[in-house]
Design a protein around this ligand. Structure first.
Ligand code: SF4
Ligand code: SF4
Length: 155
């Protein structure tokens, strides 16, 4: 994904309709590109609890083994030496798919991605699932972006 950049307020033009008013297509191909070089994957206390239950660990064990603290106090999943997400398995894919954090579930409908067509198309160069598959309507996209689990910037 592209380096951090704060969204500028251009997703709602004077018409009041977002640029994606006709919806956007997306279906994950499970290529794994976004889990390799995953960068920051924010996790809430609730998500840490869900991950811990899935892996049969205590919350504290999960925190110690698989997370790191960000500047400002938030918590992210760790990365492997190869810079992949700590839960990425090259053979099996995401090892915690059923309990993956919100940030993973809401991609690519992040505020920082859908704020402009240019940004969307830039991210689509690295994510083959974007611009193909089923159409997601504008209301769903806006609601997803409003609670995307990110900081509002690309990690
Ligand atoms: S890069 Fe896109 S298509 Fe590939 S795994 Fe990630 S979300 Fe799915
Ligand atoms: S938790 Fe799973 S889906 Fe999310 S970045 Fe890690 S491997 Fe990918």
């Amino acid at each position: 994904m592209a380096p951090s950049r704060s969204p500028s307020p251009e997703s709602l033009p004077a018409s009041g309709k977002p640029w994606y008013a006709e919806g956007l297509r997306f279906a994950c191909t499970q290529c794994g590109a976004c889990c390799n070089g995953a960068g920051t994957v924010r996790v809430s206390d609730e998500e840490i609890g869900a991950l811990a239950r899935l892996l049969d660990l205590s919350d504290e064990q999960l925190r110690a083994m698989y997370t790191r603290r960000l500047r400002g106090g938030e918590v992210s999943l760790r990365e492997s030496r190869a810079k992949a997400c700590v839960f990425w398995d090259p053979e099996r894919g995401c090892r915690v798919y059923a309990a993956r954090p919100r940030q993973c579930r809401t991609w690519p409908f992040w505020r920082a991605v859908v704020h402009s067509r240019e940004r969307w198309e830039e991210e689509a160069r690295d994510c083959p699932g974007m611009n193909q598959g089923p159409l997601h309507d504008a209301d769903t996209i806006a609601a997803t972006a409003a609670a995307d689990g990110t900081s509002g910037e690309l990690p």
